[in-house]
Design a protein. Structure first.
Length: 299
């Protein structure tokens, strides 16, 4: 059993990283295998909540409207910390640390130069030095006045009844400063796919989006990060931070992952960047289809 008062260096997804681990091509990011100490990872994997728990605690009605195949579902930090009957001491300690100001300061020590390089006017826009941003927990009623809101999701991609991708080429939302994915692949999960693809914009293509996504003809694959147990991918979000999930073969098992993020809400309502839209007839048709599917609850 893992004690809930572990030293942060043992809890943190950043604990084994140094500046030498930062990659800059095609955008600032880090890939690390064996991210967490083995004992902690094994305890978190052993007590990973069941799919039914995650679906039951996610906002929405998954009883009368069951989730579609190979779709993403998460439980946010406030719900995790409020439900000790579903999430053990190790998980609550892990989530509490990754939504703390101590974690944010650790993140800035590691990737502060990359944040400033990506957003040279951010400190002026926020009105504070990067290291001094006030932080709170996304969804916590007491954090509304904080400049940056942190969250730590425990999530799944539901089982796949056919070969498919949960999401293709995109960037995260414009109000998101950074994100980290930590994989909890089970030993019995032997299907291929579900890997993270790191992409860049093709040369001479404008940074234009189709709704929230990117036309695949405008992007090119740089490399692929395998969906592997205790592997983490950490990146600074921007309109350059293109990524996708590769197609996964049909399987009765969910794809397990944790997502840590920092988002601006009240402090920067206009967002860090704008997803300028591609206006070709094909793009307009795809954007209309996205809106239709979202309205029908299909993604």
């Amino acid at each position: 059993m893992i004690a809930p008062d572990l030293d942060p260096s043992q809890l943190s997804i950043l604990g084994r990283l140094t500046r030498a681990d930062v990659r800059h091509d095609p955008y600032p990011h880090i890939v690390i295998e064996d991210c967490l100490p083995l004992q902690l990872y094994q305890e978190l994997a052993r007590t990973y909540p069941a799919d039914e728990t995650i679906l039951g605690l996610e906002p929405g009605d998954n009883v009368s409207h069951p989730p579609r195949q190979n779709s993403r579902h998460d439980v946010s930090a406030p719900r995790i910390l409020a439900r000790p009957e579903h999430f053990g001491a190790a998980w609550r300690a892990f989530v509490a640390y990754h939504t703390s100001n101590a974690f944010y300061r650790e993140f800035v020590r590691l990737l502060g130069p990359e944040i400033v390089g990506s957003y040279p006017h951010l400190e002026r826009r926020i009105g504070s030095a990067l290291a001094n941003f006030t932080t709170g927990m996304l969804g916590d009623s007491g954090s509304g006045n904080c400049q940056l809101l942190l969250d730590c999701h425990i999530g799944i991609n539901t089982p796949a009844i056919r070969r498919s991708s949960v999401r293709r080429v995109h960037t995260d939302a414009p109000d998101e400063l950074f994100a980290a994915l930590l994989y909890f692949r089970r030993d019995e999960d032997t299907v291929s796919g579900g890997d993270l693809e790191i992409l860049r914009w093709r040369e001479n293509r404008g940074h234009r989006f189709v709704g929230s996504e990117v036309d695949e003809s405008d992007a090119e694959l740089v490399y692929t990060v395998p969906y592997r147990a205790n592997t983490a991918v950490i990146f600074i979000n921007s309109d350059d931070a293109l990524h996708a999930v590769s197609e996964r073969d049909s399987t009765a098992l969910s794809r397990r992952l944790v997502n840590v993020m920092g988002r601006f809400r009240q402090a920067l309502p206009e967002g860090l960047f704008t997803k300028r839209q591609k206006m070709t007839p094909r793009a307009l048709g795809r954007r209309a289809l996205q809106h239709y599917r979202k309205a029908r609850g299909r993604f």
